[in-house]
Structures are given as C-alpha cells and as structure tokens.
Design a protein around this ligand. Structure first.
Ligand code: NAD
Length: 334
C-alpha cells in the first residue's frame, strides 16, 4: 500500500499531539506515515507522544520551523504538511511579540517556501478565529475581513494570509482552518481551562480577567482534529474553513462550571485587571465546513469538560513536568 508521508509541525503541543495520536491510533487511516517537527518550546511535552512512540509509522525531528535547510530536507521527504507549530498564548504575546513574529510569521513563510521548492502536494495551515477580531453579535464567515487585535492574533493573521498568498501566487495547494477555542487533555496549563483546573485541584485561587464577560466558543480538540482531517482529505485548495464547537460561554459561566467540577466555590476566584485589548467575543460561522465536508462537532460540552478535569486530576505526572526529548534515545536532533 502506498503511504502518504505527512509532516506535522508542532506535533508535541496540545492540538498537534492529539492529531498525531489520532492519525496513528486504532481508528486512524493506515496509509499514512507521520513525522513530527517540533522545537520543544515550553508548551511541548514528549509525553504527549508516548502512545505513538513505538509506531513504525512515526518519526520525531527536534528542530525549528524557521530553519530553512531543515525545512528543505524534510519537505523533500514528505507529500503533505499539517502546520500547527506556533507560539499560541495571547498573554505571552503582550509581554513580548518577538517570538510570535519569528515562529508564526517567518516560520510559516519558511515552511511554505520549502514546500513550494520541493513539490509538496498539500499544506494545511491551522489558523484561529482570533484573526477576525471581536464580533458583538452574529458569527464571522470565511469572507469576513481580518481584524486581529492582539500581537498573537496579528501574527496568526499574517501567517494565514501568507499561506493563502502561496496558493494564489504560486498555485501551492494550501488549505486554511480557522477554529475557535480548543479544550481537552494534554494542554499546557496556561490557558483558562487547564490553568483554572490545575490550580483549583491544588486548592489555589484562580484569576478571572475584568468583568469575566468575554465570550468564547468552545471546541473539543477531538472535534477539531476531525475537522482538520476532513479539510486535509476532502477540502479544496485555496479555501478557508471555519471550525466551531457550538458551545458559547462567557468566562464567568465557564468559571462556574470549572469550580463545580473541581469541588470549589467563588471564594477561589480573584478578579484581576483585564487583559490589554481583551477581545469581547469571538464567533465563527462553520456552515461551509458542514455543507462541504459534513463537519459537525460531536462532543457534548459537559462530558468533554468532565473528561478533561478527570484527566488533569489523574495525570499530574504528565502535565506537571514536561519531558524533553533525549536525542540519544531515538529522536533526531537537528
Ligand atoms: P501549543 O502551544 O500547545 O503547541 C505549539 C507547538 O508548536 C509546541 O509543541 C511548540 O514546541 C511548537 N513550536 C512553537 N514554535 C516552534 C518553532 N519555531 N519551531 C517548531 N516548533 C515550534 O499550541 P496549540 O494550542 O496546540 O495550538 C496549535 C495551533 O492551533 C497553533 O497554530 C495555534 O495558533 C492554533 N490554535 C489554537 C487554539 C487553541 O485553543 N489552543 C485555537 C485556535 C487556533
């Protein structure tokens, strides 16, 4: 059987590792091989890839997406790219945007150039709903002009537009997904759900920004991964697909659910000064992915949240201490 060789960037992070575990898991396609390219920033964890470590269809390359020589070598050996690697936390981008521009913008352009030079057949770029900016009511379709507000969102909008430009200018088969807020297990505890859960389980207080009324749409990572696979296998070149989760909540409402799930109460919540430029609400219209690809979120939010809380409760050894790759133990150090 001929194998499709997929390069997954950022495959040791939260969403990328879900994708890799799913592709190489019992329900994944058996005609793909996967190479993870990951620089192992603070957000990555080798333990996220433990379930696939022994697969003969898996390979790990430790390296930077900004390394053009490495990107060239890897593109020459792969048929498709699914590009998750990025600096992903808004608060960090407010403290310093340098790494965001470097990895998210320059890194994406470096990969696209290498993909083009080496005849890669498909490039799926993972973008975000944050590129549209805040929307008071209704939902953004894929045609909505981009209006990013944070340095993170602006770096993602830049990479999203550069990716599409490689399709329009050079004919590279680029497909872009713009998803809402992901939740699930194996996420580094800095974003609201894993941060609050891990702090509450440890009996600590949690910081709630501003009035707590910022609204996000929650997407279980398994649903997101299903959408990425639909876009990779059945999407169209040059197209953008919004991916929503169908559960819209403000942060106060979400905090109430997390307190309940962790056996805590509102005494554990500290209201803190709002994040600078905090977008009030994101919402994407994902009808295009539904009509064209049959995408529909399948995870019930209450069940997904309970499963996420249970995982953090049961696996402190995984999220509490990130494991770094040991080149001598099989990872290729580049
Ligand atoms: P994450 O921070 O958990 O993981 C990012 C991964 O990329 C890490 O493993 C990190 O080591 C790697 N990486 C970063 N810079 C790199 C570089 N220069 N070279 C190689 N590897 C590098 O992020 P995530 O939450 O899994 O997000 C994955 C993608 O999905 C990102 O592109 C993000 O913008 C997008 N996204 C995430 C969410 C969300 O809710 N988490 C929502 C919308 C879009």
């Amino acid at each position: 059987m001929s194998q499709t060789r997929i390069l997954v960037t950022g495959g040791a992070g939260f969403i990328g590792s879900h994708y890799v575990r799913t592709l190489l898991g019992p329900l994944g396609p058996d005609d793909v091989t996967v190479t993870v390219l990951d620089a192992f920033t603070y957000a990555a964890n080798l333990a996220n890839l433990d379930p696939v470590a022994d697969s003969d269809r898996y390979r790990l390359v430790v390296g930077d997406i900004c390394d053009a020589g490495l990107a060239d070598r890897l593109m020459a050996e792969h048929d498709q790219v699914v590009h998750f690697a990025a600096e992903s936390h808004v608060d960090r981008s407010l403290a310093s945007a340098t790494e965001f521009v470097r990895s998210n913008v320059l890194g994406t352009q470096t990969l696209l150039d290498a993909a083009l030079r080496n005849g890669v057949g498909r490039f799926v770029h993972i973008s975000t709903d944050e590129v549209y900016g805040s929307i008071a009511a209704g939902s953004c379709s894929e045609e909505q002009p981009l209006h990013p507000n944070s340095p993170y969102a602006a770096s993602k909008a830049s990479s999203d537009l550069i990716a599409l430009a490689y399709h329009r200018s050079h004919g590279l088969d680029v497909r872009v997904t713009r998803c809402s807020n992901n939740y699930g297990h194996h996420q580094f505890p800095e974003k609201i759900i894993p941060l609050f859960v891990t702090r509450l389980l440890a009996g600590k207080k949690v910081p709630l920004y501003g009035d707590g009324l910022n609204v996000r749409d929650w997407l279980h990572v398994d649903d997101h991964i299903r959408a990425v696979e639909l876009v990779r296998t059945q999407g169209r070149a040059g197209e953008v697909y919004n991916v929503g989760g169908g559960t819209e909540l403000d942060n106060r409402g979400l905090t109430g659910l997390l307190l309940e799930a962790c056996g805590a109460d509102w005494d554990s919540v500290e209201y803190v000064t709002d994040r600078k430029g905090h977008d009030r609400r994101y919402s994407v219209d994902w009808r295009k992915a539904h009509v064209e690809l049959g995408y529909k979120p399948q995870t019930d939010f209450a069940e997904g949240l309970a499963e996420t809380v249970a995982w953090y409760r049961d696996n402190p050894g995984v999220w509490g201490r990130a494991v770094r790759p040991d080149p001598a133990a099989g990872a290729e150090a580049c």
